[in-house]
Design a binder for this molecule. Structure first.
Ligand code: SF4
Ligand code: SF4
Length: 363
């Protein structure tokens, strides 16, 4: 199956659903699989895949959207950046609408701050090179998928000798929070639908500790309906057999060793650090900090930031949504005071957010 349409073929999808039904026919308990990728969440809602699952199989959404897991404290720092005269904040579009404690980058822009949308971190480097009178701060948010390109932008800025390009870094890495979620008895996760794009960089081997030390089957799965159902069937087969292995369903893109070149760039510029996740709190070793050698590109070290004291929006349950403890429908603000047009929490803002997916496709 090479082309997208084949992965959406109705007979194929129905055949996989029947195969899954057979697989778990004699299984007495419930299997709970968590997807930790925003695009999987979108796909599951968009194609109504939950409706095709047997009663024994349950899917829950985890911390898969990079914008959603970025805590208010980071947004408050980004807002503090754009309030410094002569500073331009350059960011991907999603971050603009995420509310911080008492403002958002969009509101700050409306009040006159220089906040610009860029489509790649190299655009931000270009902006710095052509505007030497400005300080350009790029918002470095995301998982292992985006971190190598941001590392590349720091290397490019160094090569060009730029003294006015900075990154406000809050990158996060995937397998570590998955281990934290695997140990949460309240969630009782039976296995993981592993993120696809992240896995093209880190490789399947990165999940071996989850399968070995936490006995959680892991299947790296593509995004089309047939991919997701096949991935779920591969997980279910492991659970039924009482096994836990790492398998690759998305073999057309993911290799066991990942992308060594991208990982080398990432390791050159970033070092592991503790990181704060919205909803999950501080997780040791789950973030990426700019290495000492590149400190002159680190906005946090180089600019006088005075962010306000952060707090989460009243009533917002994003934390519980991100941990898979509740669905968006269980949040009392869902559809009431929280909509994509007027989001209260980050999960409603991002196109990959669980609440946004539930709002668009789940009702
Ligand atoms: S970056 Fe890719 S793997 Fe990560 S959440 Fe988004 S779609 Fe999923
Ligand atoms: S519906 Fe809104 S307030 Fe509730 S959890 Fe989702 S994003 Fe947060």
């Amino acid at each position: 199956m090479k082309y997208q349409d084949e992965y959406r073929n109705r007979e194929l999808v129905q055949g996989l659903a029947a195969h899954l039904e057979n697989l778990v026919a004699g299984y007495a308990g419930t299997m709970t699989f968590m997807e930790v990728c925003g695009t999987h969440t979108m796909s599951i809602y968009q194609y109504g895949l939950r409706g095709l699952l047997p009663a024994q199989v349950r899917l829950i959404s985890g911390p898969g959207c990079p914008v959603c897991v970025t805590p208010n404290s980071y947004l408050d720092k980004a807002i503090a950046c754009c309030r410094i005269p002569g500073v331009v904040v350059a960011t991907f579009g999603d971050m603009l609408r995420v509310p911080g404690t008492s403002s958002s980058l969009m509101e700050e822009r409306a009040k006159g701050a220089d906040v610009r949308i860029v489509y790649s971190p190299l655009d931000a480097v270009k902006l710095a090179a052509t505007n030497p009178q400005l300080k350009v701060v790029f918002l470095g948010v995301g998982f292992e998928t985006t971190a190598p390109t941001i590392a590349g932008s720091i290397l490019a800025a160094r090569q060009q000798g730029l003294g006015n390009f900075f990154v406000l870094a809050a990158h996060k890495t995937m397998p570590v929070p998955m281990a934290a979620l695997a140990s949460d008895p309240e969630l009782a996760i039976s296995g993981f639908i592993c993120p696809a794009h992240v896995s093209t960089i880190i490789g399947a081997d990165a999940y071996q500790p989850l399968a070995r030390d936490y006995q959680r089957p892991c299947v790296i799965t593509g995004f089309e309906p047939a991919d997701v159902l096949q991935g779920v069937a591969m997980l279910a087969a492991q659970v039924v057999a009482g096994e836990s292995r790492v398998e690759i369903q998305y073999s057309r893109a993911v290799k066991p060793q990942g992308n060594p070149k991208a990982r080398a760039i990432l390791d050159e510029v970033f070092a592991p650090c503790d990181a704060e996740w919205r909803g999950l709190g501080m997780i040791p070793g789950s973030g990426l900090a700019i290495r000492e050698e590149f400190a002159s590109f680190d906005a946090e070290r180089m600019l006088p930031l005075t962010p306000e004291l952060s707090r989460e929006p009243t009533g917002c349950r994003c934390g519980d949504v991100l941990k898979g403890k509740i669905t968006p429908f269980d949040c009392p603000l869902f559809e009431q005071t929280c909509t994509p047009e007027a989001p209260v929490g980050a999960c409603m803002v991002s196109t990959e957010g669980t609440c946004a997916a539930a709002y668009k496709y789940g009702r």
